[in-house]
Design a protein around this ligand. Sequence first.
Ligand code: IMP
Ligand code: MG
Length: 183
Amino acid sequence: MEHGHVAADIERVVASADQIQARIKELAAQVAKDYKDRDLLLVGVLKGAVMVMADLARAIDRHLEMDWMAVSSYGSGTKSSGVVRILKDLDRDITNREVLIVEDIVDTGLTLDWLKSNLESRGTKSVEILTMLRKPEAAKVKVDVKYVGFDIPTDFVVGYGLDFDEKYRNLDFIGVLAKHVYS
Ligand code: IMP
Ligand code: MG
C-alpha cells in the first residue's frame, strides 16, 4: 500500500481549489438572500458533503444550524446501485423546519430523490437541495436541485469530499481519477 502524493493519481482537474472557493461564496450569498428572515437548517450528507458544508456554512454570516445524515447508495465501486439505506439519521426532529440538503454530487439522482421525499415526509416547511457537482447526462430521475456548484461530464471524479474507496476526500480540488487507479 502506497501512502504517497494524492494528487498524482488525478488525470484532469475539473474544479480547482480557487474555482471551488469562488463558487462557494456565490452560492452562500444566494442562500443568504433566499433564506433572509427564514429558518435555515443545513443537512449534510456524510461523508462526501463534509467539505462543502464546512466552507458553505462559514461563508454564510447569519444564524443557521447543521445536522447530518449518512446514507449508502454505493459500495466501494464506481456505479450507483439505486439502493438507499440510512446509516445515520438526523439528531433532531425537523417538523416545520426549512431544510437545505447539502450534497457533494448528484449523479443518477437516485439518492437525493429518495432523501428529499424522506425529509419532506417528516412535516418540514420546505426542503431544497444544494450540490457542489451535478452530472446532467447521468440523471436517471429528475430531481429539483435549487443550487448547483458545477455541471460536469459523466466521468468519475474525486476530491473535495468525494471518494474512491474512501480515499481522495482530502484533496482541495476536484479531478477525474486516472483509470489506472481502478481498472
Ligand atoms: P446518485 O444516487 O447516483 O446521484 O449518487 C449519489 C452518491 O454517489 C454521491 O453522494 C456520491 O457519494 C456517489 N458518487 C456519485 N458520483 C460520484 C463520483 O463521480 N465520484 C465519487 N462519488 C460519486
Ligand atoms: Mg461516496
